[in-house]
Design a protein around this ligand. Sequence first.
Ligand code: ATP
Length: 368
Amino acid sequence: MIEIRGLIKRFEGKAVTRNAVDGIDLTVPEGQLVTLLGPSGCGKTTTLRLIAGLERPDAGEIRIGDKVVYSSDDHVYVGVHQRPIGVVFQSYAVWPHMTAVQNVMFPLRSGQKKLPVPEARRKAMEALDLVGLADLADRPAPALSGGQQQRVSLARALTREPEVLLLDEPLSNLDKGLRDRVRDEIRAVQQRLGITTVFVTHDQDEALAVSDEVILMEFGRIVERGPAQQVYARPRSEFTARFMGISNSLPGSVTTCGDGLADIALAHGELRCVAAGELAEGDRVNVFVRPESLSLSRKDSTGRGWKGTVEFSIYHGDCWDYHVRVGDTLLRSRIYKEKVGLSHGDPVFVSPDEETAIAIPAGAGAVG
Ligand code: ATP
C-alpha cells in the first residue's frame, strides 16, 4: 500500500552533517500498522511528513496505493491535499472555537468536498461513534479532555476516508493512564477498519503494543525491522537490543556455534546463547540479557552462578530491580516478587536464562 524507495531529505544549515532521512526503503502492506521507532532526531517525523506531503524530499520515490505521489526521477510531486491520507499530530490540532462534531465536519465542508451540512454531520457522527465519542459530539472542544481531543482529531482524519492513516506521536501529550486507553482505541479502530497506518513513536512499549511491524531508525536510516515479537525477543543489532530495554550487555567471544546457538566465553564463565545472525568461532560478541532473565539466589544451586554483590535496589510496585556488581560489570536483575529481602552489600549468585540470552556480533547494526 505504501512503497518508499531511496528516500532522502536534507535540511540545510551550518551545523548539518547528515541527511535527516538518509536513503530509506520501506513497504507498508495493506491493512498493516507499522511504527517508526527510534530516539529523538533519528528522522521518524520527517519520514512521516515526507509521506504526507508536508515536506518535499530531495530524492527517492513514494507510492501510495497505485499512485506515485513523489518521484525525483520522473519529477512527480503530489501535494498534501491531493494525497489519500489522514494525519493525526501530537498536538491534536483541534479548533477551540468549534464543538467536537464541528471539528470533524470541517474537512468535509471545506476543500473540494463541500458536502451539505446534513451529510457532513452524518459522516462526522459515524466517525465520532467509531472513536467512542458520539455522546460528546456537541461539546465545545476546550471542554474535552486531552484524550478526547486526540480522539476527535483521529475521527477528523478518518472522515476523509483516507487510504492511509499517518500518526505522529499521537499519545505523547497524554498522561500515562489515558495514553494506554487512547493507544488501545487507536489500535482497535485501525484493526476494525483495516486501514494502512504509519505510527511514529519514540516509546518502545507503545510500538510493541500497536504494531504489526516495527521499524527501528537511527541517524535517518533503518537499523532493523520486523514483527514486534521478533524485534523484542530476537534483536539483531546492539542498538535495537539496547533500545528495546535489554540493559545487560557482556562482552565475550564465540567458542562453539551451530543451529542458531552459540557458546560464549565471558569474563565470568561460559554461557550458551541464542545467536543473532551468522557467528563463527573466535568472533567477538556482546551478550544481551534482559533484566527479567537474570535470576538471583543466595546459594549457587547449579554451580554455574556468577558471584556478585548487591549495590542497590529500585521498587516498581509489581517488581524490584536489583543492581548487582559482578566483577567490573553492573548488572540489573528484575524480580517479580513482593519481597526479595536483599540489600546493599549482600552476596548473591547471578544466573542468566540461557534460552533468552542473545549473542550479537560486536558492532552489529551500527550506523556510521
Ligand atoms: P523527535 O522524536 O524528537 O521528533 P524524530 O526522530 O522525529 O525526532 P525528526 O524530527 O525527523 O526526528 O528530525 C530529524 C533530523 O532533522 C533532526 O536532526 C532534526 O533536527 C532535523 N530537522 C527536522 N526538521 C527540521 C527543519 N524543519 N529544519 C532543520 N532541521 C530539521
